[in-house]
Write a new protein. Structure first.
Length: 473
């Protein structure tokens, strides 16, 4: 975890982007090198060029795609298709989807498209075939809404094929590029946009929830979700609905998961495993801990940057600190609350970790998001917690680069023994579990053994507890 203390922000204006059109055939190695160099220059200008080594010898672009999709040896495919079309009444597209499903069983198919009606309809059709689809919000995000390309890969890199279509001025200009080096530009572009895009399951879930009438949130029945999707033309199948349902459940009722417990209980480990479990379902996650915020307050106080913090912080050996009272950490929770609210706008689930002796007071800071939150309280025997704390001693790492100083903090940071004996000898978890506000939102998580198996089983049980009410209504 990196926490910037101060930073120098460098800004640079990007160069104006222009399309490169190469009309002549590439007939020699020299011309190939020139084409590749031109492509790379265009990539640095954030545009993908229309570079064709030769015209596709088919009547249409889709015919070329269909032919390439069924060739023996194709095992991987990346599709960059702003104008992805559904197959409902188009047998040619249905044949292409059948071929992609076969490729997907080998090394995988990934499809990148836009958040528009027809493209989402087509994306859901592919999702029903277990093909992963991601969505960017608009053509500006893709950067080249007039261009589509399909990257076909085999076990031999030199056999890679990119089939490209530049649609502009009402005309299609299809073409083909072959070879691993020649197609690398398109591969780089796809990777960049793929990392920015959102899973189609997330986008469709949001659309369903926005379309529900007031009062229908919470345990949205599957039948209602399918009806709402059908009204928008998405026509969810059994497989796509199964994949979308976890997103629907977490977006509707569990946008924030608090992982609480005494120091040494294993909160950081459980937080990481839960995020990994959710991410495996393609649920977008954000992971936060209050420790960096408290550490920043400590530095500001000790450096007298913020005199309001007073002398409540005391630094100890190993880069750790103690506080005279838990009230001094209230500022860290307020800052954490602000970042949690911001994360809720972009992530489907935000997993938040902190330790407090007075959990009820600490959670009051988050009362405005309580209705869409859940709490995992981690129970761990005292002797096991102490043994874990005795092994924790990773100091902060400090780096200086120009005017910037960066402190990298570890979840395995030292907890001074005095803090363990005074502040965190116990907490009021029993009172929290009995409170009217939180008692129905808490999941106990016994963490008595080290290792993945027990933690992963508990994480699966927690995830199922969120999804199950939606599945069975």
């Amino acid at each position: 975890m990196h926490f910037p203390i101060c930073s120098a922000v460098l800004g640079a204006e990007s160069l104006a982007s222009q399309w490169i059109t190469i009309a002549s055939s590439v007939v020699s190695g020299v011309l190939v090198a020139i084409v590749i160099a031109a492509c790379r220059m265009a990539w640095h200008r954030r545009r993908v060029p229309s570079v064709l080594s030769r015209q596709v010898k088919r009547r249409s672009y889709m015919s070329a795609v269909r032919k390439q999709s069924v060739l023996p040896g194709v095992c991987r495919l990346d599709v960059y298709a702003p104008g992805l079309q559904p197959a409902r009444e188009d047998s040619a597209i249905a044949q292409i989807q059948d071929a992609w499903a076969e490729i997907n069983r080998l090394d995988g198919v990934r499809v990148l498209t836009l958040d528009v009606e027809k493209s989402l309809q087509a994306g859901v059709e592919l999702l029903d075939r277990d093909i992963e689809v991601r969505v960017l919000p608009n053509a500006r995000a893709l950067g080249s809404d007039g261009q589509t390309y399909h990257l076909f890969e085999t076990a031999m890199p030199d056999e890679a094929v990119a089939i490209i279509n530049d649609h502009s001025g009402g005309a299609d200009r299809p073409g083909r590029i072959t070879g691993g080096t020649a197609t690398e530009l398109y591969r780089e572009c796809f990777r960049s946009h793929w990392d920015q895009a959102r899973p189609i399951e997330s986008v469709v879930s949001e659309r369903i929830l926005r379309s529900l009438p007031p009062g229908c949130h919470g345990r949205v029945p599957v039948s209602r979700a399918i009806q709402q999707a059908d009204r928008s033309g998405l026509r969810l199948g059994l497989r796509s609905m199964d994949l979308i349902l976890p997103h629907l459940a977490f977006q509707d009722s569990c946008k924030v998961v608090f992982v609480l417990g005494l120091p040494g209980a294993g909160k950081s480990y459980i937080r990481a495993r839960l995020v990994e479990r959710l991410s495996s379902m393609r649920i977008e996650c954000k992971s936060l801990s209050d420790y960096p915020y408290a550490y920043l307050d400590m530095l500001r106080a000790l450096l007298r940057i913020n005199t309001a913090a007073g002398n409540g912080f005391r630094a100890v050996d190993g880069g750790a600190f103690t506080v005279a009272s838990e009230r001094i950490l209230a500022s860290a929770l307020r800052a954490l609350h602000g970042d949690v609210k911001e994360a809720m706008q972009s992530a489907e689930v935000t997993v938040v970790e902190f330790a407090r002796a007075d959990l009820i007071t600490a959670l009051q800071e988050f009362d405005d998001i309580r209705s869409r939150s859940r709490v995992i309280y981690v129970n761990t025997p005292s002797d096991l917690r102490q043994a874990r704390l005795a092994r924790r001693a990773v100091p902060p790492q400090v780096q200086v680069c120009g005017n910037a100083v960066t402190v990298s903090l570890s979840d395995n940071h030292l907890l001074p023994s005095i803090a363990e004996r005074t502040l965190y000898a116990s907490d009021n978890s029993h009172d929290l579990k009995a409170s009217a506000n939180w008692r129905n939102l808490i999941c106990d998580f016994d963490n008595e053994l080290d290792g993945n198996a027990t933690v992963d089983k508990k994480a699966d049980e927690f995830v199922e507890s969120i999804i199950s009410p939606y599945r069975h209504n």
